[in-house]
Write a protein that binds this ligand. Structure first.
Ligand code: ADP
Ligand code: MG
Length: 265
């Protein structure tokens, strides 16, 4: 049964999409079976995985509305060695159409459960808002990974997200937890980044991943070639950081699995 992670933060430009694509590729490089779900109408994760969002016969939009099955809409990222449930501008209209539908927040969850046995990880790239699409991501997920930049207002923005996660937990998905907070675009020389990082660790303790993603130009370049950074420059600091994140995540998953096994015995 796949571990389903929503990559979410209502702030734009914090590295959600970069993290989703490169973590997917890094987990695949570790031999994991991965499905990436692009829940952002911008379709950046789709393009960054090497899938042309302008040439889709079906997308996550059709799956959410129940027009196509997930099995029919998913495509393979040859560059990343993972599957993609792609997205494009069609999805922008989905919110309006979903509003009147039954189980409008649980539609993705329902669809993902049908394929969960085929994967080890399902990573859901959420849009930069706390809208119905993001709620679908949070409702489907077992846990949330929160990428964030260590800037002055970073912590303030986090409280909205943490409150949303709480609300989702009490109404729609009682299992949902914070998987971890990921420091992205980190600049080791910045005193402010160090201070915010220290505050973050004070508030969230070991929920903050040990792995830090540095600011690295290779990560910003890779999407223009439609490949994860592993294919663009596998020795770059960005590539090594996402491989390390995958290793950290796998360590955590194994530990959690162990705890669960313990419970059932
Ligand atoms: P989000 O999905 O949260 O909006 P993105 O992943 O699209 O954020 O990142 C925003 C921009 O920053 C993109 O142009 C991306 O290439 C760039 N970027 C993301 N992470 C890094 C990094 N670690 N180093 C350098 N550039 C980055
Ligand atoms: Mg994005």
């Amino acid at each position: 049964m796949a571990k389903i992670l929503a990559i979410a933060n209502q702030k734009g430009g914090v590295g959600k999409t970069t993290t989703t694509v490169n973590l997917a590729a890094s987990l695949a490089a570790h031999g994991q079976r991965v499905l990436l779900v692009d829940l952002d109408p911008q379709g950046n994760a789709t393009m960054g995985s090497g899938v042309d969002k302008h040439k889709l016969s079906a997308s996550v939009y059709h799956v959410l509305l129940g027009i196509r099955t997930l099995a029919a809409a998913r495509v393979r990222s040859e560059a990343g060695k993972f599957d993609v449930l792609p997205s494009n501008r069609d999805l922008a209209g989905a919110e309006v159409e979903l509003v009147d539908m039954e189980n409008r927040e649980a539609r993705l969850r329902f669809q993902l459960h049908g394929v969960a046995d085929e994967y080890d990880f399902i990573l859901v790239d959420c849009p930069p808002t706390l809208n119905l699409l993001t709620l679908n991501g949070l409702c489907a997920a077992r846990a949330v990974m929160i990428p964030m930049q260590c800037e002055y207002y970073a912590l303030e923005g986090l409280s909205d997200l943490v409150n949303t996660i709480r609300r989702v937990r009490s109404s729609l998905n009682s299992e949902l937890e914070i998987e971890g907070l990921l420091r992205t675009m980190f600049d080791l020389r910045s005193t402010l980044a160090q201070q915010v990082s220290a505050q973050l660790q004070q508030h969230f303790g070991d929920k903050v991943y040990k792995t830090v993603i540095p600011r690295n130009v290779r990560l910003a370049e890779a999407p223009s070639y439609g490949v994860p950074v592993l294919l663009h420059d596998k020795n770059s600091k960005g590539a090594l950081a996402y491989l390390a994140l995958a290793t950290e995540l796998l360590g955590k998953s194994a530990a959690t699995q162990g705890e669960n096994d313990g419970k059932t015995e």
